[in-house]
Write a protein that binds this ligand. Structure first.
Ligand code: UD1
Ligand code: MG
Length: 475
């Protein structure tokens, strides 16, 4: 929308959080609190955004960057009115209407921002305020309405008397302003109040003094007005955004077997007909395809799962990709930069790190594959380990197409096994193996007849076995 800009107030520390991190940088569903506010503004069609930053500003800059926003610095936090004044100074000349948003209110929806803008325009008012009726209004500024229903005053909790504290309609801290009014009004604010701060809310009085009205708009959902001031409120906001996210996914055709026990962050996408069991956690920018099955206890972070992948219980994946139809788990662990090919099986207690596993290959039991490049249709036997680390450097292991690795093989990297080669079980491979060769590296087996009966008869006794008759002509 042309001519409409946003100022996001995000300079405060948020003392009630008891944290060294600025309040609006705390994460809600995987994104900073203020990211959600900016996202709502962007989705409402607002291009220009000015972020008012102060305390811990470095922690918030990545969000500013993500939205191509501008920064206004408020060195000392003299209140929301002072913060808005800082932001105003950075607005472009083309901004005719200004939406001021509280950086700590992540539940605001784009449709509500649009409705707030429309409400002000419809009544040709200098300002509109988003309000909400809360069961427990503690801590919020209270809305005092005039006889005509417009806003007569906003009184902060700390300035309110007992009667006003009973008012349940609260100020969300979100406003739409006519820019010219904002420029006129902000310098006139005073800090004579309980907190010795310049209150943005006192602009209501400035409008009245000009003989104009401030339009209240009730939020579609009362929860939208909630600000985050404590860890309790952070958890409450997370729960509400999570429910919205899960509802969205279910509406788009994803089965969540028990949504109350499913945690999926904002940035995750999930395809149709995917079924997600209880106790699953999907994080970051994870992309899950169609018809995927994710069983209980799985955690997927920043990874891509293609269509038809099956994740059995308690499998953990970070920053990896898994191609169509692969089967993982139970209890598999894919560490960053792993690429699992189509139809691959990675089974119980197998850890894979920074490796590529080719189409149709299998590593089904108790293995560690690190810095490995594995071809197609390779069989990695139980207990195979890539010895990739010499204490200083990491070294690569390469297995060609169709290699068969017998169980309990140590592959001491750097090492390459040519295609079609076979490695005998229990081998420690330290040299390259040519294609189609058999590699066997273990001590030759020696059987000593009758040894146990002669040297350890007590063992046979314990097992209830009688000693075999001594063979005649024994050497
Ligand atoms: C504010 C409102 C209150 C409203 C509530 C909604 C005022 C005076 N009060 O109170 O009516 O019900 O929000 O959540 O506006 N900030 C700055 N610089 C400052 C002070 C604050 O950038 O000098 C930022 C904070 O980082 C925060 C936002 O403004 O993101 C709101 O500040 P906060 O201290 O949380 O105000 P509340 O007491 O919650
Ligand atoms: Mg607040």
């Amino acid at each position: 929308m042309k001519g409409i800009s946003a100022i996001l107030l995000a300079a405060g520390q948020g003392k009630r959080m008891k944290s060294s991190l600025p309040k609006v940088a705390h994460l809600v569903l995987g994104k900073p609190v203020v990211w959600h506010v900016a996202q709502a503004a962007r989705a409402a069609g607002i291009r220009e955004m000015v972020f008012v930053l102060g305390y811990g500003r470095d922690k918030i800059l990545p969000v500013v960057e993500a939205f191509g926003g501008k920064v206004a610095i408020q060195e000392s936090q003299f209140g929301t009115g002072d913060a808005a004044r800082c932001g105003l100074a950075e607005l472009s000349a083309g901004a005719k209407e200004v939406v001021v948003l509280c950086g700590d209110a992540p539940l605001l929806r784009p449709a509500t921002i649009r409705a707030l803008l429309a409400a002000r325009r419809r009544q040709e008012a200098p300002a509109s305020v988003l309000t909400g009726v809360l069961d427990d209004p503690t801590g919020y500024g209270r809305i005092v309405r005039g006889d005509d229903g417009s806003v007569a005053r906003i009184v902060e909790e700390k300035d309110a008397n007992a009667v006003l504290r009973k008012v349940r309609e609260v100020n969300s801290g979100t406003y739409a302003f006519d820019r010219v009014f904002l420029e006129r009004g902000l310098p006139r604010l005073s800090d004579v109040n309980a907190q010795r701060e310049y209150y943005l809310t006192d602009l209501v009085l400035e409008a009245l003094a000009e003989g104009k009205r401030v339009v209240p708009l009730a939020a579609g959902e009362p929860d939208e007005v909630r600000g985050i001031n404590s860890r309790r409120e952070l958890a409450d906001a997370t729960r509400i955004l999570l429910e919205r996210k899960l509802d969205e996914l279910m509406a788009s055709g994803v089965t969540l077997v028990d949504p109350r026990r499913t945690y999926i962050e904002t940035g995750v996408s999930v395809g149709q007909d995917t079924v997600i069991d209880p106790g699953v956690t999907l994080l970051g920018a994870t992309r899950v395809g169609r018809g995927v099955r994710i069983q209980t206890g799985c955690v997927v972070d920043g990874s891509v799962l293609s269509d038809g992948v099956e994740m059995k219980p308690y499998t953990v994946i970070a920053r990896s990709t898994v191609r169509k139809g692969a089967i993982l788990g139970p209890f598999s662990h894919l560490r960053p930069e792993t690429a699992i090919g189509e139809g691959v099986h990675i089974g119980n207690f197998v850890e894979v790190k920074k490796s590529r596993i080719g189409k149709g290959s299998k590593a089904n039991h108790l293995s560690y594959l690190g810095d490995a490049t594995i071809g197609k249709k390779v069989n990695v036997g139980a207990g195979t380990i890539t010895c990739n680390y010499d204490g200083i450097h990491k070294h690569p292991t390469v297995l060609g197409d169709g290699v068969f690795v017998g169980s309990d093989t140590m592959l001491v990297a750097p090492v390459t096994v040519g295609k079609g080669a076979l490695i005998g079980a229990g081998s420690t491979i330290t040299r390259n193996v040519p294609s189609y060769a058999l590699a066997l590296c273990r001590a030759e087996q020696k059987n000593i007849e009758g040894w146990v009966a002669r040297k350890r008869p007590e063992l046979l006794k314990k097992a209830g076995l009688s000693a075999p008759a001594a063979k005649k002509g024994k050497k």
